[in-house]
Design a protein around this ligand. Structure first.
Ligand SMILES: NC(=O)C1=CN([C@@H]2O[C@H](COP(=O)(O)OP(=O)(O)OC[C@H]3O[C@@H](n4cnc5c(N)ncnc54)[C@H](OP(=O)(O)O)[C@@H]3O)[C@@H](O)[C@H]2O)C=CC1
Ligand SMILES: CC(C)(CO)C(=O)C(=O)O
Length: 307
């Protein structure tokens, strides 16, 4: 298959390297120092699931790539709207654009720009970052990727993507029955894991040992589930308990990408996470006070990083 990875960073670089190793044609879209390093030295992946190095075409201009079977859209959520118009040259009639971003709004934003028929939902469970230009470091997380057509159809293109990811080493690939449920499930977890590790600047192990913090972790998940259900998302009854059990088993030193970005003076995806919960809660008329609190605490840091 012909893939373009739009935003070949922590998530996109990981997937691009794994798909290339599985024999697919992969084009990377990046910018700045990272692009310069990809062009001169190729992409190196240092991963707890096995290292690899791939020499792939890399550019900041999608026109050079042309129409693809599938585009993996892996920029930060705050870059979605700016990047979306540049997808156009990558689109053929049946091209799938899969968002592997955090949050529940990216798919809608993409659909507004390129048409809903091109948009496929996706969720990533991994912890990977650009360690230095040209190098993606995967330090933990299951490397599980969940995806599906927004209407739940088993189309030829989603089956082709499923086959490509399933056959790639180091990728746990899951074709979802209902990707909207999966997006909200992940959203519930990430709002707790990211919100708590970023506001306290402590790893999950210390949060688990502190009753008040662990109770807040739980409430963040509960609130997102309440909002999602109020929007008609069929989240399983046991979603909260399932995530708490999952979080209890996490490496005690585990933080989140929001914490990483906060502590590395990078822009925060706050509006796609807690800001989004607050907006969705307002729309459906339910309260989300813990998410509001996280949003209020981190907003000045997000402003500072944007200045
Ligand atoms: N990293 C992780 O472990 C996980 C991340 N996610 C989600 O995945 C998404 C991607 O995150 P992550 O991989 O960490 O992000 P990264 O910052 O590592 O990678 C994104 C890359 O895209 C580049 N980029 C952004 N806009 C453009 C553009 N218009 N043209 C070319 N390149 C562009 C960025 O460049 P620049 O740096 O210059 O902005 C950056 O190199 C986020 O929504 C995140 O929440 C989900 C689960 C785990
Ligand atoms: C918590 C984690 C690592 C789970 O994949 C994540 O999605 C993130 O930090 O953005």
């Amino acid at each position: 298959m012909k893939f373009a990875v739009f935003g070949a960073g922590g998530v996109g670089g990981y997937l691009g390297a794994r798909l290339a190793d599985a024999g697919h044609e992969v084009h990377l879209i990046a910018r700045g120092d990272h692009l310069a390093a990809l062009e001169s030295d190729g992409l190196r992946l240092e991963s707890v699931r096995g290292d690899t190095a791939v020499d792939l075409p890399a550019t900041d201009d999608p026109v050079e790539i042309g129409p693809c079977d599938c585009v993996l859209f892996c920029v930060k959520a705050h870059d979605t709207r700016d990047a979306a118009p540049d997808l156009e040259p990558l689109l053929g009639e049946d091209t799938a654009v899969v968002s592997f971003q955090n949050g529940v709004d990216n798919e809608g934003w993409l659909a507004e720009e390129i048409g809903a028929e091109h948009v496929v939902g996706g969720v990533a469970y991994i912890f990977s970052t650009i360690g230095e230009p040209g190098v993606v470091e995967h330090t933990g997380g299951p490397a599980r990727f969940v995806y599906g057509e927004l209407d739940g159809e088993r189309t030829d293109r989603i089956e082709a993507l499923d086959a490509a990811l399933s056959e790639s080493e180091g990728v746990e690939a899951v074709l979802a029955a209902d990707i909207r449920v999966e997006l909200w499930r992940k959203f519930a977890f990430i709002c707790a894991q990211a919100g708590m590790t970023a506001t306290t600047r402590l790893p999950v192990g210390e949060l688990r040992e502190t009753d008040a913090s662990w109770a807040m972790y739980r409430r963040l998940i509960e609130e997102v589930c309440t909002v999602g259900r109020a929007e008609g998302v069929d989240l399983p009854e046991d979603t909260v308990d399932e995530w708490l059990e999952f979080a209890r088993d996490l490496d005690p030193e585990m933080y989140s990408s929001l914490h990483y970005d906060l502590t590395h003076d990078k822009r925060l995806e706050l509006e796609a996470l807690h800001g989004s919960v607050v907006r969705h809660a307002d729309e459906v008329g339910v309260d989300a006070p813990m998410n509001e609190a996280v949003h209020a605490i981190l907003r000045p840091w997000a402003d500072r990083a944007e200045r």
